[in-house]
Design a protein around this ligand. Structure first.
Ligand code: PLP
Length: 390
């Protein structure tokens, strides 16, 4: 890639820091370095900025500021929700989740299963949506935590969190949602949807990496995972990462301000890209429920060619995207999400995810639309799975 601007379409992996966010953080790396817990005014001043950031995060999701706990990332927030719940409620506590959760929830739930907690992983259908009546056979009580992602990081599929949370609450259980991919991309209001806990992460919405938050509804009890000082209401010890918290606050403020119009613009770009690739590339097939999806995500399989090869060819063209296969121990494993959806082998291996952001332009989409058909045609000719190369 020479002298070419990167076309970055991997925004579900991470996003660039918004210039306004960077600007807002800089004083806290230089002059405003006080410890927010110190009692002199220099500390108090810094503390006030943390509380302002808390208000901004809360406001984006309809929470009150005292229901927001800052963490280091989405994974920490997910760990706090599940381990915090199970540690507080003890050995009788059990977890219900889905087969397609991010490893931050999936592996935490499996860890807790190994520690003796019951775990149910609910199935999804062939478009990544939960099967109906998933809770019919589940025992749900006050020792149950259900954890379902708001939106899937690979396919963008949005679960019906309002219905799921209402069902679990009606039977006395608690509900956590991993909303790391949803916050800042779609409208979320915890006043209208009865979730007890919600995880979010800064680097998915144009704030820096290394900062996240969890919403914990008033009255919901969890044990801390990180013990120590009294910070964050005693729920998450450790001197606050002030610059990053301020950055997260600013990113949430920007998201609140621009979400509606960006939603429309980004969705139109995504649809244009998707429709074009589905018609111009041989063997292309969409993964995931078309109607219930994040506006910025499309996940497309290109029959019988390897996702990793597509990514390398896109990279040659200055385009960054992501694949649904992960290279583990030398073999390409299709993602657990596509496997759970029953996507056939020759499609699962070739899945490619394009995820857009508020910085994605028309021109960038034009470049991908121009590059992909040739890449697919070339790789199909090399594919051992296609007998008569077309
Ligand atoms: N949950 C989902 C759905 C994600 O997509 C991610 C990151 O990709 C995480 C959790 C983990 O967030 P973080 O990278 O901030 O730990």
């Amino acid at each position: 890639m020479k002298n070419r601007e990167l076309i970055y379409l991997d925004n579900n992996a991470t996003t660039r820091i918004a210039p306004e966010v960077l600007e807002e953080m800089l004083p806290f790396f230089k002059d405003l370095y006080g410890n927010p817990s110190s009692i002199y005014r220099f500390g108090g001043k810094v503390h006030r900025y943390i509380e302002e950031a808390r208000e901004k995060v809360a406001s984006l999701i309809g929470a009150s500021a005292d229901e927001i706990i800052f963490t280091s990332c989405g994974s920490e927030s997910d760990n706090l929700a599940l381990k915090g719940f199970c540690n507080y409620f003890g050995e009788r506590s059990q977890i219900i989740t889905s087969e397609v959760e991010h490893p931050a929830v999936r592996n935490t739930a499996r860890y807790l299963k190994d520690k003796g907690h019951a775990l149910v992983e609910c199935k999804v259908d062939n478009v990544g949506m939960l099967e109906t009546d998933i809770f019919e056979e589940c025992q749900i009580d006050e020792f149950t935590i259900a954890s379902f992602m708001w939106a899937n990081n690979e396919t963008g599929v949005i679960f019906p969190i309002d219905e799921l949370a209402a069902k679990v609450k009606a039977r006395g259980g608690f509900f956590h949602t991993d909303a790391v991919q949803a916050v800042g991309k779609i409208d979320i209001d915890v006043k209208k949807i009865p979730v007890d806990m919600l995880s979010l992460s800064g680097h998915k919405l144009h704030a820096p990496k290394g900062v996240g938050a969890i919403y914990i509804r008033k009255g919901v009890k969890v044990d801390p995972v990180i013990h120590g000082g009294h910070q964050e209401n005693g729920i998450r010890a450790g001197t606050e990462n002030v610059p990053l918290i301020v950055g997260l606050g600013k990113a949430c403020e920007l998201a609140s301000r621009h979400l509606k119009e960006e939603n429309v613009r980004v969705r139109a770009l995504r649809d244009r890209l998707e429709n074009s690739l589905l018609t111009s590339c041989k063997g292309a097939k969409l993964n995931g429920n078309k109607a219930h999806r994040l506006p910025n995500t499309t996940n497309i399989s290109f029959e019988a060619i390897e996702g990793e090869s597509i990514l390398l060819h896109l990279d040659e063209n200055g385009i960054a995207a992501s694949s649904g296969s992960a290279c583990t121990t030398g073999s390409l494993e299709p993602s657990h999400v596509l496997t759970a959806m029953g996507v056939p082998y020759t499609f699962a291996h070739s899945s490619t995810r394009f995820s857009l952001s508020r910085y994605t332009t028309d021109k960038e989409i034009d470049s991908v639309i121009a590059a992909m058909p040739q890449i697919v045609e070339k790789l199909r000719k090399l594919s051992p799975f296609i007998e008569n190369a077309d």
